[in-house]
Design a protein around this ligand. Structure first.
Ligand SMILES: [Zn+2]
Length: 294
């Protein structure tokens, strides 16, 4: 067996997987302690120890994914929503357990999971795009992570929407959680879809329930433009969509045509697929990384 932890802004999810098909055998979610690092670390340790108890294996391999950025040289994490900033979580886990546990950015874990036995299987350049509360993305090249200078994943969520796209739909520059305005995250995340619906209809509607055709047309067009930006920069062969909006099959089915509206000339288009592993992707990717280090 093997363990994976998805440390998120609201919950710490621990999943135990079997070795062969990497199916979830057991699962426990606890609220994320947000008081300070010590409380968060204690909550994380309790989840890792629970996995080892369930597996009856004190040396169970466990990987951890976190929201944020991990500096590859110092190990220091920067995170907006959990008290991890400035902390070397990997070193703290090594000091506690006497062995290293892989710690990875959640959107990179998602891309890794979908590359290995998921919707990006056999893709050489797999981009995972997570459309949830925010927008995150991760990248796997030839089945592994490319080396990066600052530990950023693929931060498309905090790239600006082109002025032409905002003008096309008469949209304002909405403030983003990163402190700037007009980022992709403000428009194409689940929260962004709700914001678009409010702008168009005047009503506040959860993203999964938005059915207004004009709102959906705008979201699809903007997301097609975002996909074209990603294709221009990264040129993946597969783009796997994750997060809450990946369950909107009606929207995902429209994305290849939306990309066609914005991509360069007659360039080959990447395949666009919904994630196969849904909510388990972060923990599954972290567990797969732990398995490779055994
Ligand atoms: Zn931003």
């Amino acid at each position: 067996m093997i363990g994976g932890i998805d440390l998120g802004g609201t919950k710490i999810e621990a999943r135990l997987f079997d070795d062969t098909a990497l199916q979830t055998c057991d699962l426990r979610r606890v609220p994320t302690p947000l008081d300070d690092f010590d409380a968060l670390f204690a909550g994380l340790i309790a989840q890792i120890d629970w996995l080892r108890d369930q597996a009856d294996d004190p040396d169970l391999a466990v990987g951890v994914c976190v929201p944020g950025v991990i500096d590859p040289q110092t190990g220091a994490v920067w995170a907006a929503n959990v008290p991890l900033s400035g902390q070397d979580l990997g070193a703290a886990l090594t000091a506690h357990y006497g062995r290293s546990l892989p710690v990875v950015v959640d959107s990179m874990a998602f891309a890794y999971s979908e590359t290995h036995g998921g919707a990006g299987q056999n893709g050489r350049c797999v981009l995972g795009l997570v459309l949830g509360t925010g927008v995150g993305a991760g990248l796997c090249l030839n089945g592994a992570f490319p080396s990066r200078a600052a530990g950023l994943a693929v931060e498309i969520g905090h790239v600006g929407v082109p002025a032409r796209a905002l003008a096309r739909h008469g949209l304002p520059l909405w403030a983003c959680g990163c402190g700037r305005a007009g980022c992709w995250e403000t428009c194409i995340s689940g929260t962004g879809l709700t914001r678009l619906a409010s702008h168009v209809t005047g009503q506040t509607i959860p993203a999964e329930q938005v059915t207004d055709p004009a709102t959906l047309d705008i979201w699809v067009d903007l997301t097609g433009e975002a996909l074209a930006t990603l294709q221009n920069l990264i040129d993946p062969d597969v783009i796997v969509i994750g997060g809450g909006l990946s369950r909107r099959a009606d929207l995902i089915a429209r994305l290849p045509a939306a990309l066609d509206m914005h991509r360069l000339g007659q360039t080959r288009a990447p395949a666009i697929r919904a994630a196969q592993h849904g909510d388990s992707s972060g923990a599954r990717g972290a567990a797969l990384l732990a398995a490779t280090r055994c």
